[in-house]
Design a protein around this ligand. Structure first.
Ligand code: MLT
Length: 329
């Protein structure tokens, strides 16, 4: 018998056992302090609203406060890079949307890999977008909006929450479909952009129903169309952009929760369990309904489903973004 080989084998087994034990005892006690959920856009916007709804319920489930931290900038990539490099202990998480899958095409130098640098917690909800104008913008419907956009071109200003933001994505596809170039106005998120739209300083905003439904109901903005392929049951008289003549136009915003890669498996499982519990919470279901958000089916609330989804979405958006000539160094 080779004694040193056997000894090495025993030491390896002991190491694995002690790591497994540490992982399972960590999961039994996790969390022992507040968990931070990083939002990659400004406070008050759609991602923030969804994150706060989720955090309130996950707080109940985890027995520790889930604190929201807004880290806006570069279309969500600053927050993604921050979380990718955070300690892999389960205490720093990220909620992000389609930007996780568009950034790999949009940015030539991205300081993280969307497919390998995260622990995937699960998919959360799908949200359609709405095309809005300020209340006194001349066009009153989609057909008039298209004619006005073509006539006014860059005299129209359009909100842009950064390369990687869905408002930016929607604006890009819109301008491409119309063959016009608006003037982009940068914001740290569509929360501040909505304040500008309602205040009349901004002409056009494409944004998620999460924050737009309240303004649409209050009639503080003009609604032209929805970005989903079909009309929405709660806005039955509003045409889709496709119906308005923008061929094949479709954006549905999806949201997922991530942590840095290598979170111990039992801790990651506890986080997924808390996410799933939140998505079954009647308060979250009711709030999602009010926001026009559709909670994903339970089979999609898994790490595997989120990772597969990000992969598919990277492949789906890459050719469209390349065709639109969008990228940053
Ligand atoms: C936000 O939360 O501010 C928006 O999701 C930003 C965007 O992607 O347009």
């Amino acid at each position: 018998m080779n004694f040193s080989k056997t000894l090495r084998g025993l030491m390896l087994a002991a190491g694995l056992l002690s790591a497994a034990f540490a992982g399972s005892s960590m999961a039994q006690t996790f969390p022992t302090k507040p968990v931070t959920l990083v939002v990659p856009f400004a406070a008050g916007g759609p991602t923030d609203i969804l994150a706060r709804t989720l955090a309130a319920s996950m707080t109940k489930e985890l027995g520790q406060t889930v604190v929201i931290e807004n880290r806006a900038g570069a279309g969500g990539t600053i927050a993604s890079a921050f979380v990718a490099k955070a300690p892999a202990d389960g205490y720093t998480l990220l909620i992000h949307h389609n930007g996780m899958a568009t950034a790999p095409t949009l940015y030539r130098k991205l300081p993280f890999n969307a497919l390998t640098d995260f622990t995937y917690v699960g998919l959360v909800a799908d949200v359609p977008m709405t095309l809005l104008g300020r209340k006194d913008l001349p066009p009153n419907n989609m057909a008039e909006f298209i004619a006005y956009a073509k006539a006014q071109g860059n005299k129209i200003n359009l909100a842009n929450a950064g390369l990687g933001a869905v408002s930016q994505l929607c604006g890009t596809l819109l301008q491409q479909a119309l063959g016009v170039g608006f003037t982009a106005i940068p914001y740290s998120g569509t929360g501040p952009a909505m304040i500008a739209l309602v205040g009349g300083q901004l002409d056009v905003l494409c944004d998620q129903t999460t924050q737009t439904l309240a303004q649409i109901k209050a009639k503080t903005v003009k609604l032209y169309g929805v970005t989903s392929a079909e009309r929405l049951s709660y806005l039955p008289d509003t045409p889709t952009l496709r119906e308005g003549g923008l061929k094949d136009f479709e954006i549905v915003v999806w949201h997922g929760v991530y942590g840095p890669k290598n979170i111990p498996a039992p801790v990651a499982a506890r986080l997924n369990q808390a996410l799933k519990a939140a998505l079954k919470d009647p308060a979250v279901i009711a709030k999602a309904g009010d926001l026009g958000a559709v909670i994903v089916p339970e089979a999609k609330q898994t790490p595997e489903a989120l990772q597969a989804w990000v992969k598919d979405e990277i492949a789906k958006w890459a050719p469209l973004l390349k065709a639109a000539g969008q990228y940053a160094d």
